[in-house]
Design a protein around this ligand. Structure first.
Ligand SMILES: NC(=O)c1ccc[n+]([C@@H]2O[C@H](COP(=O)([O-])OP(=O)(O)OC[C@H]3O[C@@H](n4cnc5c(N)ncnc54)[C@H](OP(=O)(O)O)[C@@H]3O)[C@@H](O)[C@H]2O)c1
Length: 425
């Protein structure tokens, strides 16, 4: 039996989905008993050049051709953004159609509304492709690891920033040079803010945390710091100290209190996350029974993302056949309190100060008085009479570090504190 699909959007991900559904249709029919067929494809511009796998006769610019067609049982959304994607998905769910989406913005901002609408209408809403591209994360957290209490998520979940930081580390490029190269190669958009300011990673962390920690997670619960302040000097100092700089998304559940942060961090060169380079993604998960796991793979791109989308389509078809549609999203629990992490961690700090006798002693005195002890110090002269001073601390609380920074800023001989980053152990 054939199951008709309506595809909303046919860009990078959508065109990959069309190709993969056609290539795998027979196999999927064998696996599920239903043969998927993409009947109609919604686009903005029908005249645009598209891959040869796209049948122009299936293109439409009228969403009603899909949303109001009772023969279409499943809708795949690959338009992106909030509106009109939200409106289309809600309409599809209310019309009793199952929905598969790759839209992290929408799930991060309107997840509860969309999941509740699917549940009310007893249809599936699946969104594996919204986080981590080809890497299965949503389903393992929802299903395979449901027997564990997940306490920690730590990962590199934005390929653009990882590419930029990799180029700064491996090729010695500045932030601006690495960003230009990422834009030239299509890894970064012309407006890169959502990636470099950490918002894309924050949205993905919100989605993953809501599943892993069984809590409603608001995007505003995630503290976000991007990579614009990471300089070539930080990358060099980190290297000398035995670290690489990565934009880490970190989620913790400590007895029902969540701390969620996206921030550039120093990762020891021996840590598995230090070896995740270029546009690859990885997520470290710690569960009380499962122990430590790491998921690694391609976090974006046409075929890797299509592979996750089509995986969800297969799940939806199986659910239809088993008569259990609409039951897979009932996992989100109540809202847990989100707060700054109370865990102690070492910190890296780089500051510029006048290079004269007594200045370092003043700086060291502030660290002593704020009870943050130093474990490593590097000093390099920069311009005439000034030096870059790098301090790596022993374990300290975020609160003590904030006080230390404030006190250092008050010192007459300290001109600027460039960077403060946690150091992963
Ligand atoms: N690209 C990736 O590697 C990747 C990875 C993971 C997740 N995602 C997610 O996948 C989704 C799609 O991303 P993408 O990179 O494939 O985007 P894209 O290349 O920009 O494609 C968007 C598609 O949606 C269509 N579209 C846009 N606005 C529309 C409207 N108002 N009405 C009808 N059609 C409209 C466009 O039509 P035209 O073709 O006529 O312009 C285009 O076909 C996003 O949610 C993104 O976050 C992408």
């Amino acid at each position: 039996m054939t199951l008709l699909i309506g595809l909303l959007g046919c860009g990078t991900v959508g065109s990959g989905v069309v190709e993969l559904v056609e290539r795998r249709a027979d196999k999927i029919a064998q696996m599920t008993g239903l043969r998927p067929s993409i009947a109609k494809i919604l686009v903005r511009n029908k005249e645009k050049a598209r891959p040869s796998s796209i049948d122009p006769a299936k293109l439409t610019t009228d969403p009603k051709d899909i949303l109001d067609d009772p023969k279409i049982s499943l809708v795949i959304e690959t338009i992106g953004g909030i509106e009109p994607a939200r409106e289309f998905i809600l309409a599809a769910l209310k019309a009793g159609k199952h929905v598969v989406t790759a839209n992290k913005d929408l799930i991060a901002l309107h997840g509860p509304e969309i999941l509740e609408t699917a549940e009310r209408n007893q249809v599936d809403i699946l969104y594996e492709a919204a986080v981590g591209g080809a890497i299965p994360l949503v389903r393992p957290l929802k299903e395979s690891l449901a027997s564990s209490d997940i306490t920690d998520l730590k990962g590199i979940i934005n390929g653009t920033t990882n590419y930029i930081l990799s180029k700064m580390t491996d090729a010695g490029l500045s932030f601006d040079e690495a960003l230009s190269e990422a834009q030239r190669l299509g890894y970064a958009e012309s407006d890169p803010s959502s990636d470099v300011d950490g918002l894309d990673a924050a949205r993905k962390l919100a989605i993953l945390s809501s599943i892993a920690f069984a809590s409603i997670v608001e995007l505003s619960d995630v503290r976000v710091q991007g990579i614009r302040n990471v300089t070539a000097a930080d990358v060099r100092f980190a290297d000398q100290l035995g670290y690489v700089i990565k934009l880490l998304a970190v989620g913790k559940d400590r007895d029902g209190r969540l701390s969620l942060e996206v921030r550039p961090s120093l990762v020891p060169k021996s840590h598995p996350l230090a070896h995740v380079s270029e546009s690859y993604n990885a997520l470290y998960v710690r569960g009380d029974a499962a122990g430590d796991l790491m998921f690694f793979g391609q976090g974006a791109g046409s075929m890797p993302t299509a592979s996750a989308v089509v995986g969800d389509v297969i799940e939806a078809l199986r659910n239809i056949q088993l008569g259990v549609s609409g039951h897979s999203q009932n996992l989100i629990g109540t809202q847990k309190t989100a707060e700054a992490s109370k865990d102690l961690t070492p910190y890296y700090m780089r500051l510029s100060a006048e290079d004269q006798p007594g200045v370092f002693a003043e700086i060291a005195k502030v660290f002593g008085e704020t009870e943050v002890s130093m474990s490593n110090v590097l000093q390099t002269p920069t311009r005439l009479g000034h030096a870059d001073i790098v301090v790596v601390t022993h374990n300290a609380s975020a609160q003590h570090m904030d006080i230390t920074v404030k006190r250092l800023q008050e010192l007459r001989h300290v001109s600027v504190i460039h960077t403060v980053m946690p150091v992963e152990s």
